[in-house]
Design a protein around this ligand. Structure first.
Ligand SMILES: [Zn+2]
Length: 362
């Protein structure tokens, strides 16, 4: 398997050229509505969740697959979810169109194109190898398809990238361990592991050995916890899995002692507001706990999770938060800085992105 090095350094010459474009108005002269999006890091993103309906139909046609939907409208009509499981059912069904390395590469390229427009400058992308292995798609096919595009992402899209192998918590720990060993054996270009899929009834404690093995292998560790699951799942993820980041974590707000601990530890929480609304983890965006989390001093960032399914990318999340909960420009900058600092990027890259954020004039 080809080794992917996390993305080459951006071309400084290209950056200089962009800075020297003549005739560009000063930032302050640009009306608010056309301000470029803030430079952010996206830390909670499932690449399979970026599969837009149009691409699903295009890949199905290319692979000679008959979809159970007559047209785009019929597929879109299925995007009304009642809970996490109702989304997961469609999410796994749609993966059937991903067969070849080219399919995975096309999906990844489509995400990076859209993410670049959303202001994403660094992305840590999760993929679910088990969801593909179970369909008879090899590890090489899915990993190489994604990694081949990530290898050139900084040059092609201005986005540095890292790949995270996420494990499906509704499957056994044995299955996860087996796949992790396969990834390690082929030197797969992953920076770390994650834990996703159906949370309720599948507590972090089920994956203690998996996370210990990943730590031994020098991998970074993150896990979904406290999305639908109770605050105790967050505590388990911290204490039993030794995670460095929590995905979602919004239910920590039900436990003030836990909030205090997370604040003290500066534990990053990758919050996904539009996802939480679509999956009914919160009733409406107006009631989303993000503002309270910021006020409590939690290290939160804003992410899109599965943007093709949840009504938007990172910029859409920010735009809706601004209009619905009145998120201030100051808080947006704070969220962007949190996302950069909470990433697994090199210190050098983080410094570069924080400088870019500071220079954005907000
Ligand atoms: Zn997620």
């Amino acid at each position: 398997m080809e080794i992917y090095d996390g993305g080459a350094d951006a071309s400084q010459a290209e950056q200089q050229a962009e800075l020297q474009v003549e005739g560009v108005p000063e930032f302050a002269e640009i009306p608010e509505e056309v301000h470029a999006p803030l430079p952010v890091a996206e830390l909670h993103l499932h690449i399979e969740g970026t599969l837009e309906p149009e691409l699903i139909f295009a890949l199905a046609e290319r692979n000679g697959i008959t979809l159970p939907y007559a047209d785009l409208d019929e597929l879109r009509a299925r995007y009304e979810f009642t809970d996490l499981q109702s989304f997961l059912d469609l999410y796994y069904a749609n993966m059937a169109v991903l067969r070849t390395e080219q399919d995975f590469a096309d999906m990844t390229r489509a995400y990076l194109t859209r993410a670049a427009a959303a202001g994403v400058r660094h992305a840590e992308i999760m993929m679910d190898p088990q969801a593909h292995l179970s369909r008879g798609v090899s590890l090489e096919t899915c990993v190489n398809g994604v990694a081949s595009v990530l290898a050139g992402s900084e040059q092609e899209f201005g986005i540095s990238t890292l790949l995270i192998a996420a494990f499906l918590r509704d499957l056994s720990e044995e299955s996860a361990l087996e796949v992790l060993e396969q990834l390690l054996a082929v030197n797969a270009p992953i920076v770390g592991i994650g834990l996703d899929s159906a949370e309720a009834g599948n507590p972090p404690s089920k994956f203690e050995r998996l996370f210990a093995r990943a730590k031994d292998a020098g991998l970074r560790r993150t896990a979904h916890a406290g999305e639908e699951g109770p605050p105790s799942y967050i505590i388990e993820a911290l204490e039993l899995l030794d995670v460095e980041r929590l995905d979602h974590g919004i239910r920590c707000m039900e436990d003030s002692e836990l909030v205090e601990r997370l604040v003290t530890e500066h534990m990053p929480l990758t919050v996904c507001p539009l996802s939480n609304v679509r999956l009914r983890a919160v009733d409406t965006l107006a009631e989303h706990p993000l503002a309270g989390m910021l006020a409590a001093g939690l290290n939160v960032s804003v992410n899109s999770d599965d943007p093709a399914y949840f009504g938007g990318y990172v910029d859409d999340n920010f735009a809706q938060l601004k209009s619905v909960i009145g998120l201030s420009e100051f808080d947006c900058v704070r969220l962007a800085a949190n996302s950069i600092r909470s990433s697994f990027a090199s210190e050098e890259r983080k410094t570069e992105l924080l400088a870019e954020l500071a220079a954005s004039g907000r």
